[in-house]
Design a protein around this ligand. Structure first.
Ligand SMILES: CC(C)(COP(=O)(O)OP(=O)(O)OC[C@H]1O[C@@H](n2cnc3c(N)ncnc32)[C@H](O)[C@@H]1OP(=O)(O)O)[C@@H](O)C(=O)NCCC(=O)NCCS
Length: 192
């Protein structure tokens, strides 16, 4: 069976049907997941609004799996029936400047065949809760989103993030200065 067919079998007509969000789980990633990781990291549509270019070799997938945990404050694979369909991470803002150790930045990506089913919103809500529990020193989660990335802005809005504004030509990514929308969720925003 081809790899793509195997994912299809594991996720049964995902393109046409809604999805039972209880089948979505978050877990650490391992080298056994490399083929599933390649399915979405090689996709230009997934990479378009990310800082990375689509992968062109399996070595890049292996390198990602081997190094991502040490680069992130917190990283999880997003799984459907235990198959890796995306990822979500938090990175500390400490390295971005002085006095930012109480902030962390959220990032996520999902394979295109799973878009529009509420998966990212479901997972972001879980991660917000986990972040302030596992890292009690954190007071602020933020996400910087390409102005053109409407789907991601919608996810953050639905997950309770506040839109703070647009940082104009804020980051030079893929050969262009990009307008980035800044969203935040504060520990004080959590319902008690
Ligand atoms: C952003 C991303 C994670 C969203 O995942 P998802 O599981 O499809 O998100 P959800 O289904 O929870 O919500 C998406 C929302 O955006 C809406 N949406 C999607 N494309 C849209 C568009 N072009 N215009 C307006 N709304 C759009 C959907 O309708 C949905 O809103 P609704 O529930 O009110 O209908 C996914 O598109 C992705 O991986 N993109 C590539 C990587 C990326 O951009 N990562 C984020 C970097 S900050």
């Amino acid at each position: 069976m081809m790899e793509e067919d195997a994912i299809c079998a594991a996720t049964t007509n995902i393109r046409d049907e809604g999805i039972d969000l209880t089948q979505i789980s978050l877990r650490p990633i391992s080298l056994d997941d490399v083929d599933d990781v390649m399915a979405w990291t090689t996709d230009e549509k997934v990479a378009r609004y990310c800082t990375w270019e689509p992968y062109t070799s399996k070595e890049e997938g292996i390198n990602f799996i081997q190094n991502i945990a040490s680069k992130s404050l917190w990283f999880r694979a997003i799984c459907l029936n235990d198959r890796v369909i995306g990822c979500i991470d938090l990175s500390s803002c400490e390295g971005q400047g002085r006095n930012r150790h109480k902030s962390a930045e959220l990032g996520y990506a999902l394979g295109t065949r799973y878009w529009g089913k509420g998966i990212a919103t479901h997972v972001v809500k879980q991660v917000v809760k986990a972040a302030f529990t596992e890292f009690p020193h954190l007071e602020r989660l933020q996400a910087l989103v390409f102005l053109e990335n409407v789907a991601s802005q919608r996810v953050l809005h639905k997950a309770g993030f506040q839109r703070e504004g647009v940082f104009r030509k804020y980051e030079f990514i893929k050969g262009k200065s990009r307008d980035m929308v800044c969203y935040s969720f504060l520990s004080d925003d959590c319902p008690t």
